[in-house]
Write a new protein. Structure first.
Length: 130
């Protein structure tokens, strides 16, 4: 199912070359904005993941409070979860989608995921205004 969605998404995005496949069950989609989204097929659906921005070096507590509020109440996350990478220096975002999804919904989910990444990049760039 994911393979069919990705082929259609590639056509819709007018991308000539196939998306990278870091593993047999995942696709990596690079974006001009300096990040990529990895989409991985799961037994019950698929997951979206991106490591997209360095963590703040100032006003960290305000940022973490805002991120925790986003995770807890969904404010600014659109159903995704924010996290920190293993090296504890980059902000990550992830979301799991079940298989009861049509292609139209799949494309909207990716658009929302990108919008969420843009929102949090702007939050970091604006020095976490609360």
């Amino acid at each position: 199912m994911l393979e069919n969605f990705m082929q259609q998404f590639q056509k819709d995005m007018d991308v000539a070359d196939a998306f990278d496949k870091p593993t047999p069950d995942s696709y990596s989609i690079p974006f001009d904005k300096g990040f990529k989204i990895v989409i991985t097929e799961l037994p019950s659906g698929f997951s979206l993941f991106s490591e997209f921005n360095a963590l703040p070096k100032s006003n960290e507590e305000a940022f973490y409070l805002k991120a925790l509020t986003g995770n807890l109440f969904g404010k600014g996350t659109r159903g995704s979860s924010l996290g920190i990478n293993d090296k504890e220096n980059m902000l990550t975002i992830s979301q799991v989608i079940d298989y009861n999804t049509e292609y139209k919904d799949f494309k909207e989910i990716i658009d929302d995921f990108i919008t969420t990444i843009d929102f949090w990049k702007n939050e970091l760039d604006s020095k976490v205004k609360i």
